[in-house]
Design a protein around this ligand. Sequence first.
Ligand SMILES: Nc1nc2c(ncn2[C@@H]2O[C@H](COP(=O)(O)OP(=O)(O)OP(=O)(O)O)[C@@H](O)[C@H]2O)c(=O)[nH]1
Ligand SMILES: [Mg+2]
Length: 347
Amino acid sequence: METGLIGLPSAGKTTIFSALAGGAAGGAGGGRRSRIAEVAVPDERIGKLWELFPTAKRTYATVVIKDMAVQAGEKGALTPAALAEMRTLDALALVIRAFLDPAVPHPLESVDPVRDLRRLLDSLSFADYAVAETRLERIVKEGKKSGKEYQLLEQLSARLAEGGLISGAGLNPDELRLISGFSFLTAKPLLLIVNEGESTVEVAPVLKQARTLGLDLFVIHGRQEMEIAQLPREEQQAFLADLGLEAPTSDRFLRQLYHSLKLISFLTAGEKDVRAWSLPRGSTALKAAGRIHTDLEKGFIRAEAIAFEQLVSEGGFAQARKSGTLRLEGKEYVVQDGDVLTIRFNL
Ligand SMILES: Nc1nc2c(ncn2[C@@H]2O[C@H](COP(=O)(O)OP(=O)(O)OP(=O)(O)O)[C@@H](O)[C@H]2O)c(=O)[nH]1
Ligand SMILES: [Mg+2]
């Protein structure tokens, strides 16, 4: 799962990237090349499971964050190259500057989060509009105007022309499947990051705008949180408390991102490995097996499943099997967050 940080120049993308990647990434600065970081998703269940399997290696689920290279022209419109790169991503995090700092010039000369958000969204909507129109023309040429695809694209195109987002169009699964090949940007999960800094303009209007559009929200003090993230974990708490925050930036962000991406984690546990795996919410046991290895999906027989809390309170698989809390589930079973799965397979 790859999430790109996008925004106007100097909005704080690289600063926020560093706060998310912690010690793993270098300092801020403009970038011509995109940088990526694979960030472990904190999960206290791993530590608790590990107590049952103290010889095991512990592995966390991860998400990939990408600090996208220079993306915007003078007026804040995204470049075609940047838009093409964005199509390959699973989600977009829109970084909007709200911090005031005369030492950091704003490319549009004033700090105005509502305007900047509108610019970014317009770029995305317009890019999708162009894709939809190109396809519509093609369908007309092929004489297939009566089909479902034409109708749907026409409806979406009208929405996009007004700066609307596909994600807010309330499409059903069939319709989503019909347009999945176009990699529409405004159909992706969009998460708004408002960078308040230590001194900020009023953010209420941009938060209100985001809620109206149905965007998920994350507020950050970019530079301060980046500095805190570079400290050893034990020293971070006191500084975070000063900012009124209870958890490090990356923890809070990843929780939000997991929610925005509609992901859950399932777990696997044994003498060798204790591990968390991310999975789209609503996925079946068969999909979960495939997440671990394609062989497990191909040769899938059954999944042994138990809720994490139950396994811990039973004290291990043997006890859970004896008491009957370890269930056998088939390939259609919908995996729940925190399920500990053992896949039985045969090739
Ligand atoms: N005062 C203040 N400055 C910040 C904050 N966040 C970022 N900056 C500064 O703003 C400048 C731009 O930040 P970057 O993180 O490089 O912004 P960017 O979006 O990556 O910029 P480009 O890669 O050039 O598009 C840097 O000098 C940062 O130190 C903040 O919260 N407060
Ligand atoms: Mg940068």
